[in-house]
Design a binder for this molecule. Sequence first.
Ligand code: ADP
Ligand code: MG
Length: 155
Amino acid sequence: MIKKTNSEVETKKLGELIGSQIKDGAVIELLGDVGAGKTTFTKGLARGMGADEEVQSPSFTISRVYGCGNLRLAHYDFYRLNEAGIMSSELQEDLNDNQTVVVIEWGGVVEGVLPNDRLTIDIKTISDDERDFRLTANGEKSQKLLERIENATSS
Ligand code: ADP
Ligand code: MG
């Protein structure tokens, strides 16, 4: 599935719509250059999930966790890490928790830890304000989520 956004606000709305479709643990990998909109998208996603506070970029803390009703959102950003080290075990715990939605920016360094069954969102910068979001599912669970998202965004 491909969705276009033409502003930061539209990206947050897309994130919010997708977040509102998440009812279960999930793994979402965000791809895209610096400034593509990974963190902006996550702000909307958290809002759609009913997060208890506004998402802050986890660039300096590597991870941040939010409560979203009966779910948790664990937001990771490995941009500053050359190796995951101790963060890898924290990530593994979150991945094993079926009430946790794990969102990862710059996940290359933890590629080996991530399940194949994850939703990948590849964000391409087309112009200053224009972004393409390409969503791909890589397994049964993420495919189900993607189908829910497709249904929700087609109406
Ligand atoms: P990343 O986490 O991928 O590095 P951020 O979300 O932190 O990116 O930053 C995205 C930047 O791009 C913000 O400054 C935002 O205002 C700007 N921007 C412009 N157009 C868009 C858009 N369509 N979607 C998301 N961000 C946009
Ligand atoms: Mg970011």
